[in-house]
Design a protein around this ligand. Structure first.
Ligand SMILES: Nc1ncnc2c1ncn2[C@@H]1O[C@H](COP(=O)(O)OP(=O)(O)O)[C@@H](O)[C@H]1O
Ligand code: SF4
Ligand SMILES: [Mg+2]
Length: 345
C-alpha cells in the first residue's frame, strides 16, 4: 500500500518559483523533540497566489518562516526536506546568503504591523533600508522610490507620511506601509502571514483589495496565509489546506470549493458564512487541533473525522494525487490492490 508521500508531479516545473519538498521541522525543548511540520510538499507558480489555510496552531507560520529561514536552530531542526528556490535548497544556505535573499527575492508581511515596524525610525527610512542594502541606491534615489512605494500602496499625502513615525498611523495604514516595505525591491515571492487578521472588517477588505491590485501591477507570486477559507476564495489561485503540521489537501481554488475531498476541508467550508447568515449559528468542526507530538502514527484528524475507519488509527495516509493537480492525504481515496480501503475493513 502507498503510505509514503511522493513529491507532486511537476506539470511545468520551470514555472514554479518555489517548491517545498517533503519538509519536516522539529523543535527540541529540554529533552523532548516535537515535530511541528511533517512531510509538507507544496509549490508556488510564477505570478500565482497560493493560499495556505488551516486553524490556528496547524503550522502555517512555522512553514512560512522556514522559507525565510527565520526559525532559530536550536531549538529548530529539519530532519527531512528541501525548499527549492532558483534550483537551490534554501535550507543549505548560510546566514550571509539568506540575508541577500530576504527582502530582495522573498519578502514577508506579518499579522501585527506594529511589532514589525521600528517605532523610533521614520516610515521613509524603513522603506529605504532594503533599497540601500539590496539595490545600493543613493539617498535621493531611495527617497523617490520610497515615496513611489507609498503611493503604490494608496497612502494619501505620501510625502508627509514618508516623514511620519509608525505610531502616527492607523493599523490599516501601518499594514500598507508593511506592504510597501515588502515590495520595495520587487521580490519574486511575497509571503503574507494573516495580513488582515488584526484589522477590522472594513479595513481588512480594503487591504485585500489593495493586495489583489498590486499583484496585477507588480510581477510577484504570493503565499497567502489565513485561517479563513472565505478570504482564500477572493485572493487565491490555488489552495493548500494544512492540519496538524501536514498539508491534507491541495488543489485549484475552484476545484477545492466545488469538489472538496478531505473531511477537514469539507468541515472548514461548512463554517464559511453565507450571505444573510450570522456567524453565531455557523457549524464548526467539533474538537481542536491536537498539540504537536500527540499522535505518532495514524491520521492526525481521526479524532474529529466523521468518516474515520479502522486503518486511520494504524497507518499514516500518504499525500497522493487523486485527480489531476488535486492532492489529498486521506484513506478515503487510497486503494489497496485496486479496492478502496474502506472495503477492506
Ligand atoms: N519555538 C517553538 N518551540 C516549540 N513549539 C513551537 C515553536 N514555535 C511554534 N511552535 C508550535 O508549532 C505549532 C505550529 O505553530 P504555528 O506555525 O504558529 O501555527 P499557525 O501559524 O498555523 O497558527 C504550534 O503548536 C506551536 O505551539
Ligand atoms: S484518513 Fe481517515 S480519519 Fe483521516 S481524514 Fe481520512 S477518513 Fe478521516
Ligand atoms: Mg500563524
Amino acid at each position: 500500500m502507498e503510505t509514503k508521500t511522493k513529491f507532486m508531479k511537476d506539470i511545468a516545473p520551470q514555472k514554479n518559483v518555489l517548491e517545498i519538498k517533503n519538509l519536516s521541522l522539529e523543535f527540541k525543548n529540554e529533552d523532548r523533540i516535537v515535530r511541528v511540520v511533517n512531510d509538507v510538499s507544496l509549490y508556488i507558480r510564477k505570478g500565482e497566489t497560493l493560499g495556505l489555510v488551516g486553524e490556528s496552531g496547524c503550522g502555517k507560520s512555522v512553514t512560512s518562516m522556514s522559507i525565510m529561514r527565520l526559525i532559530d536552530s536550536p531549538p529548530g531542526n529539519y530532519p527531512a526536506g528541501e525548499i527549492i528556490y532558483r534550483g537551490e535548497d534554501l535550507l543549505k544556505k548560510t546566514e550571509n546568503q539568506m540575508a541577500k535573499i530576504r527582502g530582495n527575492d522573498i519578502s514577508m508581511i506579518f499579522q501585527e504591523p506594529m511589532t514589525s515596524l521600528n517605532p523610533v525610525i521614520t516610515i521613509g527610512a524603513q522603506i529605504e533600508e532594503s533599497l540601500f542594502i539590496h539595490r545600493k541606491l543613493t539617498k535621493q534615489e531611495a527617497k523617490i522610490k520610497a515615496v513611489d512605494m507609498l503611493e503604490k500602496v494608496r497612502i494619501p499625502r505620501a510625502e508627509e507620511i514618508y516623514k511620519a513615525y509608525p505610531h502616527e498611523l492607523s493599523g490599516g495604514m501601518r499594514q500598507r506601509v508593511m506592504i510597501a516595505i515588502a515590495l520595495a525591491c520587487s521580490p519574486n515571492i511575497l509571503i503574507a502571514d494573516e495580513p488582515t487578521t488584526a484589522l477590522d472588517v472594513t479595513i481588512q477588505a480594503q487591504i485585500l483589495e489593495l493586495m489583489g491590485k498590486l499583484k496585477d501591477e507588480i510581477d510577484t507570486s504570493i503565499l497567502f496565509i489565513t485561517h479563513d477559507l472565505g478570504v482564500v476564495a477572493e485572493m487565491c489561485d490555488r489552495v493548500a489546506v494544512m492540519y496538524s503540521g501536514e498539508i491534507v489537501e491541495q488543489a485549484d481554488v475552484y476545484e477545492l470549493y466545488k469538489n472538496p475531498k478531505h473531511p477537514y476541508t469539507r468541515g472548514l467550508l461548512k463554517s464559511i458564512p453565507k450571505i444573510g447568515q450570522t456567524r453565531g449559528i455557523l457549524p464548526s468542526i467539533p474538537g481542536q487541533v491536537p498539540l504537536p507530538g500527540t499522535f505518532t502514527h495514524g491520521c492526525k484528524f481521526r479524532d474529529r473525522c466523521e468518516e474515520v475507519m479502522e486503518i486511520c488509527h494504524r497507518e499514516d495516509p500518504g499525500f497522493l494525487e487523486i485527480e489531476q493537480e488535486h492532492y489529498c492525504r486521506c484513506f478515503l481515496y487510497t486503494t489497496i490492490d485496486g479496492k478502496e480501503v474502506s472495503s477492506h475493513e
